[in-house]
Design a protein around this ligand. Structure first.
Ligand code: ADP
Length: 259
């Protein structure tokens, strides 16, 4: 593949017929779903057969980010068929299994079976699934890890101490169960003021890189805090496809997954 060197992450189990990459965070709102969507779109842009699974049952946002809101997946022989998107990335979301706006109040076993439906769907030729996990270290993360053995995990954090403390917990969980940490991504890094052009750091600066070094995990790069990223995401037009600073940052991080 152009620009992509040898694959650092390897299959970890016989069960996995396709590689699962988990995208996690300790804290909500740090941009985990934004990263999951844009990593998938950027890898698809490099010619990879990537699918996207939204396992964030409590706050599924990938349908909006991928312009697939309100699209119900169909099923064949009791197996779900992923929803095709215009972005070259088939996807399935917990949000597509419930009515829009409906709160999900499921206990562990229900959640586990819903997750199974998404991951065991008919993914066809897709060889890599990016899985957007809910924040934290709960039921979904454990089911996903034990039953589906991700090939690796990417952890997203802002540079802020509070987010980093939680990111450390997420890293600890994956490490304990021997899922390799592909690396840590710093999101919402420096903000370029559209008025004066000056760079400010609302959530601090460099924290995730320093933390990655401390924990001995790779640092995969930083994504700026950028109003254009928020606007494009809300419009279902993933910024990873844009020819601007934000787009370049997402593509650079995606390429580092396979360094
Ligand atoms: P999480 O999945 O961690 O809860 P989201 O990906 O849903 O977080 O992001 C939370 C909000 O922050 C969304 O409105 C998203 O558009 C916005 N956002 C995420 N990353 C950035 C960024 N780098 N610049 C600007 N807005 C961002």
């Amino acid at each position: 593949l152009p620009g992509i060197a040898t694959v650092r992450i390897a299959f970890t189990t016989e069960r996995a017929t396709r590689r699962l990459i988990a995208v996690g965070s300790g804290k909500g709102g740090v941009g985990k779903s934004t990263l999951a969507a844009n990593l998938a779109v950027a890898l698809a842009g490099r010619g990879m057969a990537v699918g996207l699974v939204d396992a964030d049952i409590y706050g599924p946002s990938l349908p909006r980010l991928m312009k697939a809101e309100g699209v119900r997946p169909t099923a064949k022989d009791k197996q779900l068929l992923p929803v095709a998107t215009d972005l070259g990335v088939p996807m399935l979301s917990m949000g597509q299994l419930v009515a829009p706006g409906q709160a999900v109040a499921w206990r562990g076993p229900m959640i586990g079976s819903a997750l199974g439906q998404l991951l065991d769907a008919d993914w066809g030729a897709t060889d890599t699934l990016i899985v957007d996990l809910p924040p934290g270290t709960g039921d979904i993360q454990l089911t996903m890890i034990q039953k589906y053995r991700p090939a690796g995990a990417v952890i997203v954090s802002t540079p802020q101490d509070l987010a980093l403390i939680d990111a450390r917990r997420a890293i600890d969980l994956f490490t304990k169960v021997q899922v390799p940490i592909i690396g840590l991504i710093e999101n919402m890094a420096g903000y370029a003021c559209p008025h004066c052009g000056g760079i400010s750091h609302p959530f601090g600066s460099g924290g995730a890189e320093a933390e990655a070094e401390r924990l001995g995990v790779p640092f995969l790069g930083r994504i700026p805090l950028d109003a254009a990223i928020r606007a494009a995401s809300d419009a279902g037009d993933p910024p990873a496809r844009h020819d601007d600073e934000g787009g370049a940052a997402f593509r650079a991080v995606a390429d580092r997954l396979y360094e």
